[in-house]
Ligand binder design. Structure first.
Ligand code: FAD
Length: 199
């Protein structure tokens, strides 16, 4: 299902498409858009709008994330393993390129001791054994460049305009769960204030 949104002074219209391709329109007092900027841009109908230009100015990077049980991505000695294991490449070009890190999930999340060692590797420098791969995905992240941060500051001036609020960790550096949560709370408080309701 795809959705587009169009704000107005008194309400927000959300248009969704059914799997059969029919438009369905619903109207709300306010809307929180809690997705990544590139996805928000996909939902904007007017591609010439200032908002679309701001959203598309926020740069993104693709990272490969592999969940696996192949210990060859960590130091040989288990005593050297940490919850976060950064692989430092030998050349400067690689250092400035993709980050390579392996999370040892059992240590990070204190898993049941009976479970095997489970790892999450961001951009594996060595290919994990295919039979040991549990999940293999590409994640798209915002990148904190100067131009991107300026675009995000401009996006904040749109908060609550046309009764649409934006939430997500991309709004605040560092891009962590806490900031995703905090921006969601701020959006909810903005709506309550606008609607004259008490929290
Ligand atoms: C491998 C990895 C490890 C990380 N480790 C940490 C960590 O240890 N600690 C930490 O604090 N942060 C960590 N992060 C970052 C953290 O996951 C993000 O900052 C956080 O999840 C962002 O939350 P969000 O709500 O902004 O966006 P998201 O979590 O991306 O949520 C957006 C949601 O919107 C959905 N969506 C997209 N488009 C639409 C649509 N059109 N309609 C409906 N739904 C839609 C998406 O499917 C998604 O579920 C990690 C990220 C990665 C990739």
């Amino acid at each position: 299902m795809r959705a587009s949104h169009r704000g107005g002074p008194d309400s927000v219209e959300i248009v969704t498409q059914t799997p059969q391709g029919q438009d369905q329109s619903r109207t709300f007092d306010a809307v929180v858009v809690a997705i990544k900027p590139n996805h928000i841009a996909d939902l904007i109908l007017d591609k010439t709008s200032e908002l679309n230009a701001i959203l598309t100015a926020i740069p993104f990077r693709r990272d490969r994330v592999v969940v696996h049980t192949d210990a060859k991505l960590l130091p040989r000695s288990k005593r050297s393993w940490g919850a976060f294991n950064l692989t430092i490449p030998s050349s400067l070009d690689q250092v400035l390129g993709q980050t390579t890190i392996t999370f040892w999930v059992n240590r990070l999340s204190v898993l049941d001791k009976r479970l095997p060692d489970i790892f999450i590797t961001l951009n594996p420098p060595l290919e994990p054994d295919p039979v040991r791969i549990i999940q293999d995905r590409i994640m798209i992240h915002p990148v904190a460049t100067f131009a991107g941060m300026q675009a995000i500051e401009t996006l904040k001036t749109f908060q609550g305009g046309q009764r649409i609020w934006y939430a997500g960790s991309f709004l605040e550096i560092p891009y962590l769960h806490e900031n995703a949560f905090n921006t969601g709370i701020a959006a909810a408080e903005g709506i309550l204030l606008r609607l004259g309701a008490k929290p």
